[in-house]
Ligand binder design. Structure first.
Ligand code: XIL
Length: 407
C-alpha cells in the first residue's frame, strides 16, 4: 500500500466525522432528518435578536409559533379592529433567521372573547369567521407556513362558541382558509389528548377522512402533545402512521412533558422519525420557567431557567440530537419529498414519483426520493385537490416545479 492510499484511508474517516459533527445543534440534526424543530415564543422575547434567548432560538430551532399573539383576541378586538404588532414581531424574527412560522390559531373556543358575543347564530357566526380568517390570514399570508385553522375542535364540541354556526363550522373554517390563503400555507386541525391511539384520535381520523371524502381542504393534523413522563413510542407512532395512511401531514405542535427524562423525549422523537408524514416537532416554550404550566411543569421543556437565563437540559438535547442523527435515511428522504408537496395537493392515493422540472432534461427521469413506488398522495381518483378543495383530474400533476406522477 503506497502513501497516498494510506492517506486516503485516514482522510476519509476524518472527513466523514467532520460532516457528522456538523449536526451539532437540534436545528441541524432535525433539518438533516427532514423535520422542522420548533418552539413557541412571544414577540418581546425575540425583539432583541442578540439576546441570549433569541440566540438560542435562532441557533437551535427552525420553526417558531406565537404562544398567544396570533390568537383571536390578540389580533381582533373588538370585532373588525385588527392589530398585528406581536405577530409581526415574531414573523420578522423568523424571516430574518430563516425560521418557519406556524400560525396559531384561527378558530378556537378559548382566548376569543370578542367572538363570544358577536357569534349568535349561523349568519353572524359565518360573518365573524370569514372576517377574521380573511383579515388575519391575508395579513400573515407571506409569513405563515402552516396554520392551525382549527384548535381543540373535538374538546369544544357543543361548548364551542363556533358551534352556533352549526356542526359544519369546521368545514367552513377550512374552506374559508383555503380560499383566503390559496396554497401559501398548510391547513391543520390541532388538538390535545389525541397523541396516541384512543377514542378521540380515532374520531379525529374519521372526521379527517370525511373532510377528504367531501373535498373539505385539510393538509395536516396537529397533536399538541402535552404529556407526562412515560411516553409510549409505539402508541404515538401507530397513531401518526394511520394519519399518514390518509396522506395527512402530522405536526407535534405544543410539546411539553412534565417531569421528563431524556428517554421520554427520544421516545417521542422516534415516534415522529419512524413516520415519513411527521414533519414538525414543536415545543411549547423554550425553558421550564417560560412554561404555561408554571410550577406544574417540573422540568417539561428542553431548557431550565427562563428566557435569557435559559440553560440547556444537555442530556436531553444530546439524546435528541443523537436520535435524529440515527434517523433512517430512507424515511428521511421520503419525508423530505412528501413535505415538499405544496399545500392543497394532498389526499389519499399513491404517487409513484416526484420529479423536479427545474432540472435539466437529462435528470428529469430521476425520482427525487430514490424510491418507487412511493406512497405519497394525490387523490384516490388520480387527481389533486385544487386550492378551493375541488378535485382536479390531471396526470401528471405539475405544481411548484414538482411533477407528481399518479399510477
Ligand atoms: C396557552 C398559553 O401558553 C398561555 O400563555 C395562555 O395563557 C393560555 O394558552 N393549548 C393551546 C395553546 O392550543 O394555545 C395554549 O396556550 C395551551 C393549550
Amino acid at each position: 500500500m503506497n502513501r497516498p492510499s494510506l492517506f486516503a484511508l485516514v482522510a476519509v474517516p476524518l472527513l466523514a466525522s467532520s460532516a457528522w459533527s456538523q449536526a451539532a445543534t437540534l436545528r441541524e440534526a432535525a433539518t438533516a432528518a427532514g423535520i422542522n424543530f420548533g418552539t413557541a415564543t412571544n414577540s418581546n422575547q425575540v425583539r432583541d435578536a442578540s439576546s441570549a434567548y433569541a440566540t438560542i432560538v435562532k441557533t437551535q430551532f427552525s420553526m417558531v409559533v406565537c404562544e398567544n399573539e396570533m390568537k383571536f383576541e390578540s389580533t381582533e378586538s373588538p370585532i373588525g379592529t385588527y392589530k398585528y404588532g406581536g405577530g409581526d414581531g415574531v414573523a420578522a424574527f423568523a424571516k430574518a433567521n430563516n425560521i418557519k412560522l406556524r400560525g396559531h390559531n384561527f378558530i378556537w373556543h378559548s382566548q376569543s372573547t370578542p367572538a363570544q358575543s358577536a357569534v349568535t347564530d349561523r349568519t353572524s357566526g359565518l360573518k365573524v369567521m370569514h372576517g377574521h380568517i380573511e383579515n388575519v390570514g391575508t395579513h400573515f399570508k407571506d409569513d405563515v407556513y402552516e396554520w392551525d385553522v382549527l384548535n381543540e375542535t373535538y374538546s369544544g364540541g357543543t361548548r364551542s362558541l363556533w358551534y352556533k354556526i352549526g356542526a359544519d363550522y369546521t368545514d367552513s373554517a377550512l374552506s374559508i382558509a383555503r380560499k383566503v390563503l390559496g396554497t401559501s400555507a398548510y391547513l391543520v386541525s390541532n388538538d390535545y389528548g389525541a397523541d396516541g391511539v384512543n377514542s378521540k384520535s380515532t374520531a379525529i381520523l374519521a372526521i379527517a377522512k370525511g373532510w377528504q371524502d367531501h373535498k373539505v381542504p385539510i393538509d395536516g393534523i396537529g397533536f399538541q402533545c402535552h404529556l407526562g413522563s412515560g411516553i409510549r413510542k409505539d402508541d404515538i407512532s401507530a397513531n401518526i402512521k394511520r394519519f399518514g395512511d390518509l396522506g395527512l401531514r402530522v405536526s407535534l405542535t405544543e410539546i411539553d412533558i412534565t417531569n421528563s427524562k431524556a428517554a421520554d423525549w427520544t421516545n417521542l422523537m422516534n415516534a415522529c422519525l419512524e413516520n415519513f408524514n411527521c414533519v414538525n416537532f414543536v415545543t411549547w416554550g423554550l425553558a421550564d420557567g417560560n412554561s404555561w404550566l408554571g410550577s406544574g411543569c417540573g422540568g417539561c421543556l428542553l431548557y431550565s431557567g427562563s428566557s435569557n437565563s435559559a440553560q440547556p437540559h444537555q442530556d436531553i438535547i444530546d439524546a435528541l440530537i443523537d436520535a435524529m442523527k440515527k434517523a433512517d435515511p430512507t424515511i428521511a428522504a421520503k419525508r423530505k419529498a412528501f413535505a415538499a408537496l405544496p399545500p392543497g395537493s394532498l389526499g389519499p392515493g399513491t404517487v409513484i414519483g416526484l420529479y423536479d422540472l427545474s432540472k435539466p432534461t437529462a435528470h428529469r427521469g430521476k425520482n427525487l426520493s430514490g424510491l418507487a413506488p412511493m406512497p405519497v398522495f394525490s387523490t384516490s381518483t388520480g387527481g389533486v385537490v385544487d386550492p378551493l378543495g375541488r378535485v382536479k383530474s390531471f396526470a401528471p400533476a405539475r405544481i411548484n416545479g414538482l411533477e407528481i406522477l399518479t399510477p
